[in-house]
Design a protein around this ligand. Structure first.
Ligand SMILES: Cc1cc2nc3c(=O)[nH]c(=O)nc-3n(C[C@H](O)[C@H](O)[C@H](O)COP(=O)(O)OP(=O)(O)OC[C@H]3O[C@@H](n4cnc5c(N)ncnc54)[C@H](O)[C@@H]3O)c2cc1C
Length: 394
């Protein structure tokens, strides 16, 4: 059973053809809230079914954004039942292992930023979505603006659809964005190597005890070891470097030869505390390179009929405000509710975009400033001071 409101045909926009490109957290939330309000939509997702399971690590879902969207989607209680409140544990150290901050989530006290794995979040959203509203294996190749304001969508598998509204929820490398703005994603100056320590509590109890049930940030020398315990028991580790854009291709680290790759990666952290080096030593064989990209801070565009963007497609930022998924879901909620309120499609999109620019530009600015702080001098000390200031103003 899906949680649909009655009288769907009397709702504004109930009979428009709306296509959402991308079935990540943003696209799924949008389709689900539209469904609740009796508005038809279809998600086109390029990946095959069940592909969301292992896409990315643990995400903290904020009370004033991601959780608001889950409430609109009718899933807040179901989320609260599976969210990891203990995942708010946080340890901040420098390369010597000196502790600057240690936060331990208390017993049954529920914080406002509980964690959930990306795969579990997508499964939760999918659990209430009418399966006919998502089509897997449909990779958008091109969207073409038609004279009457509609858009023709062309897919790799030959499928063509013509829609009244296309929403680009297709992430960092959006194929919809270029119809709205000439701005493109830029390399942020940060590259990461992702490692995974499997079943940490059982196999590496020393590292599990050190890491705690949430996140560990070790910051020094314009580098970082960032770690987070995931719901499936693994510790996801991001070795993070300020580096030229081509560094991941030219550093000579053979990612397909894990033992040698880990030996070379350890060299970058040669004078770091032994406990921190264990994040590399204990890691499994799957090593994933990641360049971090961003859109210009405060990006806006001239609103156009029949097309808009949500989530990373609209405002990709580095992960250092911890807002990416939260904004994607908030955008989804704001756009859906605007479509419910406004009979006029153009007005609905304009109203959403205006609101979205306001909150997303602030997060993009914070994220950019945090990146500079975390990879600058005396980073652990400065990040601790920033958290103190934020707590005082909370
Ligand atoms: C290393 C790292 C760590 C992060 N940590 C955090 C964090 O701690 N907290 C946080 O809030 N955020 C974090 N983020 C960011 C967060 O993952 C994203 O902001 C969030 O997933 C954006 O959701 P979205 O739905 O907009 O896009 P995505 O999650 O990128 O989903 C886009 C979807 O579109 C599909 N798609 C793409 N192209 C096409 C196409 N041509 N046709 C059809 N489908 C297509 C993709 O397959 C995908 O399913 C992190 C990101 C990275 C890289």
């Amino acid at each position: 059973m899906t949680n649909q409101h009655p009288n769907q045909n009397s709702k504004p926009n109930a009979n428009r053809r709306i296509a959402i490109i991308g079935g990540g957290p943003g696209g799924l939330t949008l389709a689900l809230i539209l469904q609740r309000h009796g508005i038809e939509s279809v998600i086109y997702e390029r990946e095959p079914v069940e592909s969301n399971r292992d896409h990315g690590g643990s995400l903290d879902i904020h009370e004033d954004s991601g959780q608001l969207a889950l409430k609109e989607a009718g899933l807040l209680e179901a989320f609260q039942a599976i969210a990891r409140y203990e995942g708010e544990d946080f340890l901040l150290v420098d390369k010597n292992g000196t502790t600057y901050r240690k936060e331990v989530a208390e017993g049954d006290k529920k914080g406002d930023r509980p964690e959930i794995d990306r795969g579990s979040l997508c499964e939760l959203l999918l659990s209430d979505l009418d399966p006919s509203r998502i089509r897997y294996g449909f990779k958008l190749i091109e969207a073409i603006s038609l004279e009457d304001g509609r858009h023709e969508l062309r897919f790799e598998n030959g499928h063509i659809d013509t829609v009244d509204l296309v929403v680009g929820a297709d992430g960092a490398f959006s194929r919809i964005r270029s119809l709205l703005t000439e701005s493109a994603i830029e390399y942020s100056g940060l590259s990461m190597v992702e490692l995974n320590v499997e079943d940490a509590a059982k196999i590496y109890p020393d590292l599990y005890a050190y890491n705690g049930r949430g996140k560990m940030f070790a910051l020094s020398d314009n580098k970082a070891i960032l770690a987070q315990l995931n719901g499936d028991g693994r510790i996801k580790v991001y070795l993070s470097f300020r580096a030229d854009r081509d560094w991941l291709d030219t550093n000579g680290i053979p990612l397909d030869q894990p033992a040698e790759a880990k030996r070379m990666l350890l060299n970058y952290f040669d004078d770091w505390d032994d406990k921190l080096k264990n994040y590399i030593r204990y890691a499994g064989d799957r090593i994933i390179p990641r360049r971090i990209y961003m859109l210009p801070v405060g990006l806006t565009w001239t609103s156009r009929q029949g097309i808009t963007l949500i989530g990373d497609a609209a405002h990709l930022m580095s992960p250092f405000a911890g807002e990416g998924v939260n904004l994607a879901m908030l955008d989804a909620s704001e756009l859906a509710l605007s479509l419910v309120r406004n009979e006029d499609l153009c007005e609905a999109v304009r109203e959403y975009e205006k609101k979205m620019y306001g909150y997303s530009s602030q997060s993009a600015k914070d994220s950019d400033e945090n990146l500079k702080l975390i990879f600058g001098d005396n980073a652990a000390e400065k990040l601790n001071e920033l958290f103190d200031r934020l707590q005082q103003h909370a």
